[in-house]
Structures are given as C-alpha cells and as structure tokens.
Design a protein around this ligand. Structure first.
Ligand code: ZN
Length: 280
C-alpha cells in the first residue's frame, strides 16, 4: 500500500493511493498514520477495499507520510562514493546522528534557507519507518520491525554541520530540513530495499544519481545496529544516508539559494518537489 497524509499542516488526514494512482480518503476508518498507533492504522487500511473509499478532490497538500515521529535517526557516510566526495573515510561502524523532529515537513512544502546560511545542501535518502518496537534485534529479524519505506530529503547546512563545532545536529535540524514522503510504501511492496534507483535534481540539473545497491550498511543491518544502542518505536524514522552528488561535492561547491527547485525520487517510492525560500 501507498499510505499518505493530506491537508493543511497539523490537520492532516489519512489517505491512500488506489491502483490507478488516485487519492482516497481513509479518515472514516482511522485517525492517522502516526506514532504508537501506526501498526494498528496500517492493519486497518489493509482491511479496507480502496475502491470503496471516497476520492479526494483536487490536489491537496501532502503532509509528511508519518505523524508523531518520536526519533529521526540519520546515518552518515553510508555510501562509499559519497564519503569520498566529502573527503572522509568510510567509517568502520555506521555513524548515526539525529535530526530534530521539528524539521519534518511535507514532501512538496517550501524548504527554508536558514538565516545566515551560505551552504544549504541536498541529500536524497531512503528512509525506513519502524512498525514494531525494536530492541536488541538481530539482523535476520530486523525487517520484521519495519513498517515501510519513504523518500527523505536530508537537507543540510554544511557550515552549521561542519564548521560550527560539536554535533552534526546543528546543520540538520532547521525547520523544513526534513521533507518526508510523498507516501509510506509498506514493506510488502519493497521486496528488496537494496536495489532501488534514486536521484535528485536542482533546477532540472541531475546532481545525484545512485542506487541503494552501493550502501555500505544495508537496511537490516542498520535497524539491528541502531537497536543495540536505543529502542526504536513505531513511527520512528531511520534515514539511511545519501549517494554522491551533493552540493558540497561539486567543484566548486554549489549550494541552494531562494527560488531553487529540488526534485528527488526513489524507484517505487514516489517523487518530492520543493522550492527554496529565505527563512523569515
Ligand atoms: Zn544524510
């Protein structure tokens, strides 16, 4: 299933795409795809005949495909060719860091360039949405704890991330730095998360072109790995790193300015499109 949330920010309603790609309203059957209720909501959605659901008129705003995200865990330098363009070594263990959950926004919402920013950058990533509490899970069992997958743009301010000392979190957490969606694609529709093509364009120029085949640490390994350090709950997100082609890796580096248009997608998971604006 392709599950989604539509409507104004903070008032999103649950929906799904039917077999013809039309948006159907699920709000008569369940409250939201969010937080602790996510597994039950997915079960309910699966029990409904999509053709029986009301069609949604027009093209409403899409919200992030999961609400009430408790933790937004990101993985750094998880593609060897991206590590090389960043001038960094592939780490001997996954680098994990957090993005503030207040950065999460809809897949097509405007992305704010923070005040004083001169190095706002893009990162197309495969994100994993947790569907069942995971604590000390093995790699073999890890995917049983995954509800599904979605696209994330791990928008990053490189100076805040790298030059402003301390943790990367400062460069990853501005409002709108986490477009998530357009939909949560349930795990049954993604039999092999390690074989998905992905891309990102800015103003029509394709900067990132990659595949999850070249991830250093795969999805099952990452879910197991993170669960050795913290428990994961339904609705938590792990964003699994970006392939090469970020702005920092260009010669000279190329960063976003107000009015730029980002378009990014992953095979089977849909496409996002954001316009950049200056933060108020
Ligand atoms: Zn990233």
């Amino acid at each position: 299933m392709k599950l989604l949330r539509f409507g104004p920010r903070g008032q999103e309603r649950p929906g799904m795409l039917d077999a013809d790609g039309q948006l159907r309203d699920l709000s008569a059957h369940l409250r939201d795809f969010a937080g602790p209720d996510l597994p039950e909501a997915i079960k309910t959605a699966a029990s409904v005949d999509p053709a029986s659901l009301p069609l949604v008129d027009g093209t409403p705003r899409l919200g992030p495909c999961v609400g009430q995200v408790g933790k937004f865990v990101c993985v750094g330098l998880n593609y060897s060719d991206h590590a090389a363009e960043s001038g960094m070594e592939v780490p001997p263990e996954p680098i994990i860091f957090f993005k503030a959950t207040s950065a999460i926004c809809g897949p097509n919402d405007d992305v704010e360039i923070p005040r004083t920013s001169v190095a706002t950058d893009w990162e197309v990533e495969l994100a994993v949405v947790i569907g069942k509490t995971a604590k000390y899970v093995s790699e073999e069992d890890a995917l049983d704890h995954v509800a599904g997958y979605c696209v994330v743009n791990d928008v990053s301010e490189r100076d805040f991330q790298i030059k402003r000392h301390g943790q990367w979190v400062k460069g990853k957490s501005a409002d709108t730095f986490g477009p998530t969606g357009p939909w949560l694609v349930t795990r049954d529709e993604v039999p092999d998360p390690q074989n998905l093509d992905m891309y990102l364009e800015v103003n029509g120029h394709r900067y990132q072109k990659g595949t999850t085949r070249t991830m250093v640490y795969g999805v099952a390994y990452l879910v197991s790995y993170v669960s050795q350090f913290m428990s994961l709950q339904p609705g938590d997100i792990i964003s699994t790193g970006t392939p090469p082609g970020v702005g920092m890796g260009q010669t000279p580096p190329s960063y976003l300015k107000p009015g730029d248009v980002m378009e990014l997608g992953i095979q089977g998971l849909g496409v996002q499109r954001q316009v950049t604006v200056a933060a108020d």
